[in-house]
Design a protein around this ligand. Structure first.
Ligand SMILES: Cc1ncc(COP(=O)(O)O)c(C=O)c1O
Length: 377
């Protein structure tokens, strides 16, 4: 379907083209090029962390992060209200995902519920910062992890550079996974990274990313000798063109976020008049960069009817997210069923993600606002 207003458009500038062109026309090092390390250094600096390791997707970043802390046969508490990769990567790494509830305010993991799900076999808790906002309970999750000697990880696919009480999302736990998929705050088309202050994790990530290969200090493609392989690993490497693209996207981070915030504020300003829906707003002492713009309706019938109404006007919307625990893989293999996570299911039934992207024209904002206003009249 050709949408008059798509859910998002990818923000780019001439710099992005120049950066990628430079790598392509170099005619060498399209893989393992110097831009990768440069992007990692900039990412680490940007996130105020010692280390960053890039990956070819956010999913492989999550997968490697779980492998690096060692989750085999261990329980990992994850939100169900997230993209399914948060849990799938636990399974891929040999762990057991235990779904916990999310809270209604910021749609992050609910610390009270997480507490109930901790067992002797729990290894880690994975927090989510949703849609360019922050997780309201992140400090409580930090405290829980500390008390129970668990590792706190963050799936920070959505909230790069977002601060809560002056602390960056992705720096509350031991390590965090980032995604640079095309709808994220910065994008390389596909791509991801793990950030951490932990040297051991950093070293494991580098091994896992490249077949368990021991690097000799000289790039693999630049020396005549043989390498040793000391572990099972993958080819999870980010191509050099993507790293160059990421570097140039990161340079424009603030101006891109300002454009998102202008649009988010504009939608909020007008949609807050409609008392029958709840708008996404920054949590106290926190940023919101509107990676997505998700509203909450009274109930599922209203939400579904609104989605249909928007569709008739060729305005795209989507449910981000339907619960992961109710996807067939988890109902079939882990016996999850409707009713297991009532809070999460209630959230998922009521929310609707509307279009937003940097530089979205005012006319599109107005079309969305008018369509929703009309619906409630
Ligand atoms: C919360 C969350 N985690 C993980 C991922 C996976 O990232 P990728 O698509 O880069 O593999 C996504 C991507 O959409 C996501 O939204």
């Amino acid at each position: 379907m050709a949408w008059k207003i798509p859910l998002f458009k990818t923000h780019w500038q001439q710099d992005n083209i120049d950066a990628v062109t430079k790598v392509i026309t170099r005619g060498s090092y399209w893989a393992t090029g110097p831009e990768i390390e440069e992007f990692e250094q900039e990412l680490a600096k940007f996130n105020n962390q010692k280390y960053a390791v890039t990956f070819n997707s956010g999913t492989s970043a999550l997968h490697a992060m779980y492998l690096a802390i060692g989750v085999k046969d261990k329980e990992v508490i994850v939100p169900s209200f997230t993209f399914v990769a948060t849990a799938n990567a636990v399974v891929a790494a040999g762990g057991i995902p235990i779904f916990a509830e999310s809270e209604e305010e910021t749609f992050g993991l609910d610390a009270e519920d997480v507490k109930k799900r901790i067992t002797k076999n729990t290894k880690a808790i994975v927090a989510l910062h949703y849609a360019g906002g922050v997780s309201k309970d992140i400090e409580k999750l930090q405290q829980l992890a500390k008390e129970h000697n668990l590792i706190l990880l963050e799936d920070n696919a959505h909230s790069l550079g977002v601060k809560k009480n002056n602390q960056l999302c992705g720096t509350f736990g031991t390590a965090a996974a980032l995604s640079f998929c095309q709808n994220k705050l910065i994008t390389t088309g596909e791509g991801g990274a793990v950030i951490t202050n932990d040297k051991l994790i950093y070293e494991k990530l580098k091994l896992l990313r490249s077949h368990g290969r021991v690097e000799t200090g000289v790039d693999y493609f630049s020396h005549t000798g043989d390498n040793d392989y000391i572990d099972i690993g993958y080819n999870f490497r980010m191509p050099t063109m993507n790293a160059a693209l990421g570097l140039s996207q990161l340079k424009h981070f603030q101006e891109t976020m300002d454009l998102r915030i202008i649009t988010g504020n504009y939608l909020n300003q007008h949609l807050k008049e409609i008392t029958k829906l709840k708008i996404p707003q920054p949590y106290e002492n926190s940023d919101h960069f509107y990676q997505m713009y998700t509203i909450t309706l009274k109930d599922q019938a209203t939400r579904d009817a609104l989605q249909k109404h928007l569709e008739q006007k060729q305005i795209m919307s989507k449910v981000y997210y339907n619960p992961s625990h109710l996807k067939t893989f988890y109902t079939k293999n882990y016996n999850y069923k409707t009713g297991d996570l009532p809070k999460t299911e209630a959230i998922a039934n009521k929310i609707l993600t509307l279009p937003i992207y940097p530089g979205m024209p005012q006319k599109e904002c107005e079309d969305i606002i008018n369509a929703i206003t009309e619906f409630f009249q």
